[in-house]
Design a protein. Sequence first.
Lengths: 242, 121
Amino acid sequence: MRNSSKPFMAEIQKARRNGHPFQAPADEAAAAPVALPAGPLQVDHSEVMRAIDHLGAKLDRFLTMDAQQIEHIQVEIADISGRIKATKVEMAAIRHPLAGDDKFQQASQELSAVVSATEAATNTIMACAEELEEVVHELKSSLPEGYHNDRVNDMNEIIVRIYEACNFQDLTGQRITKVVRALTFIEERVDAMMGHWNKREFEAMPLPPTVTKMDESLELHGPGDHQEMGNISQADIDALFA
Amino acid sequence: MKILVVDDYATMRRIVRNLLTQIGYTDIDEAGDGVSALAKLRESKFGLIISDWNMEPMTGLQLLKEIRADAKLAATPFIMVTAESKTENVIAAKQAGVNNYIVKPFNADTLKQKIQAVIGG
């Protein structure tokens, strides 16, 4: 079924072939335009205009608010991005993939060296006190009762105080072990945080400044084991000056 | 009286041994951990055990529990000498059957007093 008033070309050509000009169906012919009243057309479209104005105002408000929100979100994203970048720089400063020294390992080694050194010193103190104790016992048995014997007894009490004071080594050792454990924990957390990002990003970041004390261009490392890389023994120093 | 000093720190064993000698106890043996302490306790009779807490592989508390669970060793007096000073730790040690408890650092007098309190000297 076709309602359009415009005929198809096929219909016109068919009518021509039959020797009759094409005629539209009667109902279409009846649908001729109605004649408009004479004079200017008066239409009240003020209500439509008001509705359009209202919609326009609404759209303006919506667009303005949306723009502010987008701007706000953009600022926040920029802020977050800046903070992430700063955090990455700090992480790289702690554990830069290209840094020659491992600060955590260094700190742990230094603390372990403190434990070993104090243990060795404590044992030396203990050995000296034990030797003194032997001397005191010898003296005490060879001296008659009296002032000198009393003084030797005083010496023995001092030796006991030395033994008691040596307690410190065990306690400092335990405290340092706790610090080493805490360092290991922090190291693992930093590694885990860095693992969430691309390692190459950290490689591109500036190397952290050295924490080693400098004297002009010379690094001052403080105490170190002569067997460590780059250190020299007293014997080798003596050989240099011989 | 034979005393067994148990500590994983050789220096600490030496300190305790010297202090014990100073206060008059000369029959002293040493163990570096709970396992070797148990072996020594099962080999010969000891009148007192002075033990550290924080040791590997068997802690002083585990050693204490093993001793209290062993009918032949259960009556051996046990003094804990440790840096662990948390209330709950002391209570746990007491509940496990420790006879006395010394917090490091300690002196010869404290050691003497605690030993006397335990063995009634």
